[in-house]
Write a protein that binds this ligand. Structure first.
Ligand SMILES: NC(=O)c1ccc[n+]([C@@H]2O[C@H](COP(=O)([O-])OP(=O)(O)OC[C@H]3O[C@@H](n4cnc5c(N)ncnc54)[C@H](O)[C@@H]3O)[C@@H](O)[C@H]2O)c1
Length: 440
């Protein structure tokens, strides 16, 4: 739905429940992180909603407001957490297992709060995540029956925790690669498919359906096909709800969307970009299955082409060799190491090389994204913005776009789009960066 300039946004009153299908490394780092920040034992570094500012008006106006004061966002103190997982571990046990946050410094002071968060039984079918199997799983007579159980969970969660509003962010494992089939084309076919337990309907799609049916905005943090189908888009529109995805833009792809726009801005050519990663957490284990990796490979590969526009610049970007690899290497745990070798070309075709060695912490980069998405999706819902939220492309490796439009991958254009959307909702002037001498 098109957004009106200067919209009336309903106030962020009461509690916001954030529902997380999948409570592993990313989800628990996010939950524990928010709790640590509330207790003053950590800072929300990496979160635009918590630390970012937005300029309003001319540079001479000197009006830079904090984003979370400029638009109405839920306060961290008003958030409650819930979720589902195939393992019954509570959020404390899952966070210890994930090994991201320091047990003594960050988890021990939060132990009681984290232990109280227990995953609800999951919708799961091993053919979609071949490397995992767990006991905390729902049983149902059909996929529709499973969706109804998730809807019941949502209702109970909302009542038990006295939530005013809910949002969902998928933090579950990456499912195997599939493209949409006929059952995903319309809502009616999808619902028939749920009743008939159609083979092509994945667990992640069952959660997305259940959330949207219950009026819960939905974001997909993984690369697999989920809410990005005709059927679920139709449901989101029908319910007047925002949806967004997919695949959190955290480590290597974040670097790509920072560097590639720079090469293009300077009209430097690119011959090849070789990216490899070693990763030792459960996500790495899941991605060791070629079919789950295929989902990831597709979202990782799209980025460079869209930024560099080889059709417009065939001499510079017409023949790029782009390779992405992920290797499961248990000793590295959640601390992923990424290597990039970038072959660039300068004046008269002289070659140069850039090497990037990023020793990153995957979930440390992902957690603030989950927070921002949850808060912005709740904002979008209160502002009456429904369907695909392109202004949140900033957060995604493979941003969802309306049919026929290519995604915007350039991080800096994405940020401008996000901030201009916020200005638009407030009825303020958009910032075009046109020089002051050209204004009337
Ligand atoms: N960490 C990052 O930087 C990053 C970046 C982009 C995308 N992602 C994606 O985010 C997701 C979470 O990553 P992670 O590092 O937390 O992985 P993880 O393996 O630690 O956690 C995923 C959790 O999902 C659970 N799960 C799997 N299928 C489920 C289902 N059907 N219902 C409920 N729970 C289910 C697993 O049991 C596991 O606990 C993955 O899909 C990953 O690819 C992560």
């Amino acid at each position: 739905m098109a957004l009106k300039k200067g919209v009336n946004v309903k106030p962020a009153a009461g509690k916001l429940g954030i529902l997380l299908p999948g409570m592993g490394a990313v989800a628990t780092t996010f939950i524990a992180g928010v709790q640590a920040i509330r207790k003053g034992i950590g800072k929300p570094i990496g979160s635009l909603t918590q630390l970012g500012h937005i300029r309003i008006g001319k540079r001479t106006d000197d009006n830079n407001q904090r984003i979370n004061e400029y638009v109405s966002l839920a306060k961290l103190d008003d958030i409650v957490f819930g979720g589902w997982d195939i393992f019954p571990d509570n959020a404390y046990q899952a966070a210890i297992r994930a090994g991201v946050l320091d047990e003594h410094k960050h988890l021990a002071p939060l132990k009681k709060d984290l232990e109280a968060i227990k995953p609800m039984p999951a919708v799961f079918e091993q053919k979609w995540v071949k490397k995992l199997d767990g006991p905390n799983v729902k049983k149902g007579t059909s996929k529709m029956h499973l969706a109804e159980q998730v809807m019941e969970d949502i209702k109970t969660f909302k009542e038990t925790h006295g939530c005013d509003r809910l949002v969902a962010v998928w933090c579950g494992s990456t499912e195997v690669y599939r493209t949409p089939s006929d059952v995903h084309s319309t809502l009616a076919k999808f619902e028939d498919g749920l009743r008939a337990s159609h083979d092509d309907i994945a667990p992640s799609q069952i959660y997305a359906y259940a959330c949207l049916k219950m009026g819960v905005p939905y974001a997909n943090g993984a690369p697999n096909l989920s809410v990005d189908t005709g059927a679920l888009l139709e449901l989101a529109r029908k319910q007047g709800l925002p949806i967004t995805g997919k695949d959190f833009k955290t480590g290597q792809t974040l670097m790509k969307t920072i560097l590639a726009p720079g090469f293009k801005a300077r009209m430097l050519g690119l011959e090849g970009w070789y990216s490899t990663n070693i990763l030792g957490n459960r996500d790495g284990e899941v991605l060791d299955d070629p079919e789950s990796f295929k989902s990831k490979e597709v979202t990782k590969l799209g980025v460079i082409d869209h930024i560099l526009q080889p059709k417009l610049y065939p001499d510079l970007y017409g023949n790029i060799s782009h390779v992405v690899r992920i290797n499961y290497y248990p000793p590295r745990g959640d601390n992923k190491e990424g290597w990039d070798n970038i072959d660039i070309v300068g004046w008269l075709g002289y070659p140069m090389q850039i090497k990037v060695n990023f020793l990153c912490r995957d979930s440390i980069l992902a957690a603030p994204i989950v927070l921002d998405l949850a808060l912005f999706m709740d904002f979008a819902a209160r502002a009456g913005m429904s369907g695909i939220q392109e202004w949140l492309s900033f957060y995604w490796k493979s941003p969802m776009t309306p049919e026929g439009l290519y995604p915007e991958h350039d991080l800096f254009i994405q940020l401008m789009k996000l901030k201009n959307t916020l200005r638009y909702t407030k009825g303020d002037e958009l910032i075009t960066h046109l020089g002051a001498e050209y204004y009337d």
